[in-house]
Design a protein around this ligand. Sequence first.
Ligand SMILES: Nc1ncnc2c1ncn2[C@@H]1O[C@H](COP(=O)(O)OP(=O)(O)OP(=O)(O)O)[C@@H](O)[C@H]1O
Ligand SMILES: [Mg+2]
Length: 162
Amino acid sequence: MTMSARSGFRKRTTKSAAQTVREGVKLAEALRPGDIVLLSGDLGAGKTHFTKGILKGLGAAEDAVSPTFTIVNEHRTGRMPLIHIDVYRLGDIDELYEIGFDEYLTGEAVTVIEWADKFPELAELPGRVFRVDIRRRDDVDPDRREIRTYLPGPDNGEDNKC
Ligand SMILES: Nc1ncnc2c1ncn2[C@@H]1O[C@H](COP(=O)(O)OP(=O)(O)OP(=O)(O)O)[C@@H](O)[C@H]1O
Ligand SMILES: [Mg+2]
């Protein structure tokens, strides 16, 4: 896969958790400080596994684990920090700001948010916003996933080269 598209959409199919991790690794190549990755998809779709790949792609020493209960996990051992957030348990977006969301958006880190579609306003955040939707395809195979990635558009981020 190449990430040379200036904007657009791509669809990939994975047949194992490891393949979904690899898709995250590939996306990491395109990421720059300040970027936001919004992950959507049902329970167990693979959002955390995709994030494991992003973190691996950033060269971090540790593995990503689900922030479902911690809400935020901070990783600072890769080529740039990764802030991994899960909004599944939050009642409304104000709770995200109450835990210091603004301070994470300083432009130094990549921010990955699981269950981001719960709060559609997240898609309106300034800067480069990537959206990744992971769908289970249990109808085909229990390990099959479709991963749709929407790259930042021309009206989203000052420099859309990715
Ligand atoms: N192709 C695949 N891609 C990703 N995960 C897969 C795939 N096939 C099977 N799995 C399994 O599906 C599960 C995905 O779990 P993961 O925690 O990544 O999902 P999630 O979307 O983050 O879930 P949650 O909604 O609880 O946050 C894992 O048990 C993984 O092994
Ligand atoms: Mg998860």
